[in-house]
Design a protein around this ligand. Structure first.
Ligand SMILES: Cc1ncc(COP(=O)(O)O)c(C=O)c1O
Length: 426
């Protein structure tokens, strides 16, 4: 093809993909195989020693997965990406490369409840200590820094509150402290916001949500920004020191600005094993071809539903950054001007009881624990996704007992509104 730099929508369809060299198949095939035949013993030895790139075994790499990785890297404008089995697996692999037992990382309190849980409990059992800060107050990240801090973690648009994080302010603090800023861009997707443009060093996603977009496949991804010096202060030995499992190879020295993605694959994925299945990679990369169309419709619908709710007598409050009077409206205009996403919360004047009734009475909208489906979804976070949190943590995460969370789908907005109206009336 020509040297032309393609636009986002063209990349969403074509990046990473080409007609299958063996069969000419135009859609990316599902390479449903565990392993790949070597050319000869030298080829096998070169692959194992990282002297050559290529497929060995699907736990580490697979051609369907590779297309998904190239597509995500192109859309996020990173240097490389690694697809894994879920969003949580992506987070596990990122921190496993960065932290030694006893190390700390700073995370925003305004996160998906499952991430708060992962950090507070499972990560602690590895000796990785989370220190919480307030995404509403970037200075709190600076105050939380210590000589053990190895990373900062935030969400671009926070789940469930739909709050938009001031990424540039927090990136400045991370840069000064010489630690990488990791941004979970699940709710925004690169269609709405590219964290690497705002100072992030690593981007993670749950591909299970808007990226795949159809509620049918689990996946996660790590995007390497290629913009962090992993040799700084000898803080990241897995990247900057000789690796015993590769005959003393120094991964950062060898792979430069794709070293993080390579290390996540050849150490994290190889040894911890949370691979994505080829079929899930196929489903997600197919979904990604329509990312722009879907995300714009998600956002347009979400704004219509939020405006309707805000004008409803039974509704106490609506927290959607797309609404002009919302505290995060200016951050929405700055970081994701095409739309404020499709996940937001609202509360009813009847409080918890009324919220539970509305969740029980919807018919078109599905009551389930997910976001980012073509279908509209509803849940009561305090009793489900965020149920492990204390009352204080619930408040900080934007998930108090009166809160109802919506993930607005791409149906006709009038039908979504009519369903909420009948549920409230009932
Ligand atoms: C913002 C965010 N990050 C990460 C995750 C975890 O992703 P997964 O369920 O694919 O492990 C979720 C899941 O809901 C999420 O909403």
């Amino acid at each position: 093809m020509s040297e032309r730099e393609f636009g986002f929508d063209t990349l969403a369809i074509h990046a990473g993909a080409q007609p299958d060299p063996a069969t000419g198949a135009r859609a990316t095939p599902i390479y449903q195989t565990t392993s790949f035949v070597f050319d000869d013993t030298q080829h096998a030895a070169d692959l194992f020693a990282l002297r050559a790139f290529g497929n060995i075994y699907t736990r580490i790499m697979n051609p369907t997965q590779a297309v998904l990785e190239a597509k995500v890297a192109a859309l996020e404008e990173g240097t490389a990406a690694l697809a894994v089995g879920s969003g949580h697996a992506a987070q596990l692999l990122v921190f496993q490369l960065l932290l030694q037992p006893g190390d700390e990382f700073i995370a925003a309190r305004q996160l998906y409840g499952g991430s708060i849980n992962q950090f507070n409990h499972s990560f602690k059992s590895f000796g990785w200590n989370v220190v919480w800060a307030d995404a509403e107050d970037p200075a709190s990240f600076e105050a939380a820094l210590s000589d053990k801090t190895k990373a900062i973690f935030i969400e671009s648009i926070a789940n469930p509150g739909g709050r938009i994080t001031d990424m540039q302010a927090i990136a400045k603090i991370a840069r000064k402290a010489d630690v990488p800023l990791i941004v979970d861009n699940t709710l925004a997707t690169p269609y709405l916001c590219k964290p690497l443009d705002h100072g992030a060093n690593i981007v993670v996603h749950s591909l299970t949500k808007f990226m795949g977009g159809h509620g049918n496949s689990m996946g996660g991804v790590i995007v390497d920004g290629g913009n962090f010096d992993w040799s700084v202060g000898d803080k990241y030995p897995l990247l900057s020191e000789p690796n015993a499992s590769y005959n003393g190879m120094i991964l950062y020295e060898t792979f430069g600005n794709i070293a993080f993605a390579i290390a996540a694959r050849v150490l994290g994925l190889r040894d911890l094993g949370p691979a994505i299945s080829p079929t899930n990679a196929f489903n997600i990369l197919t979904g990604m071809e329509t990312l722009s169309l879907r995300m714009q419709r998600h956002c347009d619908n979400a704004l219509k539903v939020a405006e309707w709710l805000a004008a409803h007598d039974e509704v106490a409050w609506v927290n959607y950054a797309g609404l002009k009077d919302n505290a995060h409206h200016a951050l929405h205009k700055k970081y994701c001007p095409k739309g404020a996403g499709a996940v937001f919360t609202f509360g009813l004047k009847g409080g918890y009881d009324m919220g539970v009734k509305v969740v029980s009475n919807v018919e078109l909208i599905s009551h389930l624990a997910n976001v980012g489906d073509t279908r509209s979804l509803i849940i009561h976070p305090a009793s489900t996704t965020h149920s492990q949190l204390s009352p204080k943590q619930l408040e900080q995460a934007g998930a108090t007992p009166d809160v109802v969370r919506l993930s607005i789908g791409i149906e006709d907005a009038d039908d979504i509104i009519a369903d909420l109206a009948q549920a409230m009336k009932a």
